[in-house]
Ligand binder design. Structure first.
Ligand code: AMP
Ligand code: ZN
Length: 136
């Protein structure tokens, strides 16, 4: 299992740093966020160390979302956001992949979202589609 000695979340997985553990399996670890945006805000991480989503093997990635779902059901959250940040300007502070499960109990608590939609057109989308698909 790849891990990084300097990584705070790897230390949590190993038990070197305490956490409020919610769930653990061979590939996944989940715990309460220490600075929650709302009651029940939790983090679900692969045990495999990697900074960004694209650094994590598919089998570990596939194991993560069912645990997010478990936490949604266990917290009883009706409205919630699932968030996974990659890179500093995308608001990532801890360089070990983590999915946030953030209950949204009301307008004030939980995640606030800015959604700066850009204008495009059919031709622009067609060119973009071809470009991305050619690399898949
Ligand atoms: P991000 O901005 O997506 O990298 O989010 C990092 C999250 O990790 C933040 O919500 C922090 O509150 C949380 N966090 C950082 N250190 C710990 C820790 N030791 N235990 C629990 N949560 C933590
Ligand atoms: Zn790590």
């Amino acid at each position: 299992m790849a891990s990084s000695a300097a990584c705070i979340f790897c230390k949590i997985v190993k038990g070197d740093i305490p956490s409020f553990k919610l769930f653990e399996s061979d590939k996944v670890f989940a715990f309460l966020d220490i600075n929650p945006l709302s009651k029940g805000h939790a983090l679900v991480i692969p045990k495999h160390h990697g900074a960004k989503l694209s650094d994590i093997p598919d089998d570990s990635l596939a194991a993560l979302l069912p645990v997010v779902k478990k936490l949604v059901l266990a917290t009883g959250a009706e409205d919630y956001n699932v968030l996974q940040n990659n890179g500093r300007i995308a608001h990532q502070e801890v360089d070990h992949v983590h999915f946030h499960m953030i209950p949204k109990p009301n307008e004030k608590e939980g995640m606030g979202i800015s959604w700066p939609q850009q204008k495009t057109d059919m031709d622009g989308l067609k060119v973009l589609l071809a470009e991305i698909k050619s690399k898949m």
